[in-house]
Design a protein around this ligand. Structure first.
Ligand code: ZN
Length: 295
């Protein structure tokens, strides 16, 4: 950590505000791109402050967050969390600044899910794509509770099924995730606002749809995968990933240094056995047949 930060005399609240050079120093010396802050392709050069980065800045400036959570139950099982994050300057015990964050199951990545393919033989939703080197086609996967039936590529009883998006019937499964997201958004908002750091960090970029963003049309998928990785709940993300077309996966499999949508850490997870097993179960003889080159 740098000496500006390590000095013993605590900075006063007014000292801390506008300490842009300290923030820039911390970014250079103690933050990692893709972990503490990210660059979203097509959104200009301003980095987005990520949760670990906000935590690092709080540590640097001796700020402690507290949260006030408001829950609103909406019709049809939907829920919204409204979070107010208050940052207290630990040395002076003064309230330093506040930020707000909101997250709701009405957001498309929680509201909808892709319908699952049903096995024409046993009616279970345990159909997976067969691995190319085992002849491709479709398999009613025993480890997902299926009957083991196999179907050829082009089989209409499988491929004509409607797998478009439908309302997610299991909204309650997302309540904890949206609470975490609302808290994260409030925390990041509080740090940027309180440190007067909006010149350095962009805010709410996830809500923008930049015209030149090559990943704009995959944003829901990318968000779902990122959320799944950050909450270590791999099933939803790996399911979305492995059920995407090879074209989509190839399109998204771009190194972070080349503006790809996933961080180095996220790419590691997507290549990992744990990720594959979250969807296919513990087995070595299935997979999506993709060649994941090192990024
Ligand atoms: Zn079956």
């Amino acid at each position: 950590m740098n000496e500006l930060v390590k000095q013993d005399s605590p900075l006063s609240v007014s000292d801390v505000k506008g300490q842009i050079q300290v923030i820039q120093h911390v970014m250079r010396e103690a933050m990692v791109k893709g972990t503490h802050f990210g660059i979203i392709p097509g959104c200009g050069d301003k980095p987005t402050l990520l949760k670990p980065g906000a935590e690092k800045l709080c540590l640097t400036f001796r700020l402690s967050p507290t949260y006030k959570v408001e829950k609103t139950d909406l019709p049809n099982g939907h829920r919204e969390y409204d979070v107010l994050c208050t940052l207290t300057h630990i040395p002076s015990d003064k309230v330093f600044g506040q930020g707000v964050g909101l997250c709701s199951t009405m957001e498309s990545k929680f509201r909808y899910r892709k319908a699952e393919r049903k096995c024409p033989a046993c009616s279970n939703t345990s159909i997976i794509k067969g691995k190319k080197e085992y002849g491709g086609g479709w398999l009613c996967f025993a480890k997902k509770g299926g009957c083991g039936a196999k179907f050829k590529d082009g089989d209409k009883s499988i491929e004509d099924q409607d797998v478009g998006r439908s309302e997610n019937p299991d909204l309650a499964d997302s309540y904890n995730t949206i609470l975490k997201m609302a808290k994260k958004r409030a925390h990041v908002d509080a740090v940027i606002t309180a440190l007067a750091a909006s010149d350095i960090f962009a805010q709410d970029l996830e809500d923008l749809t930049p015209s030149e963003d090559p990943y704009a049309k995959y944003q829901d998928l990318i968000n779902l995968i990122k959320e799944s990785i950050s909450t270590e709940d791999y099933y939803s993300g790996s399911k979305a990933w492995f059920e995407s077309s090879d074209d989509t996966k190839t399109h998204l499999w771009v190194a972070p240094t080349k503006g790809g949508p996933f961080t180095t850490e996220e790419c590691k997870v997507i290549k990992s056995t744990a990720w594959r097993e979250a969807y296919y179960g513990k087995t070595s003889d299935v997979g999506d047949g993709m060649q994941y080159e090192n990024l």
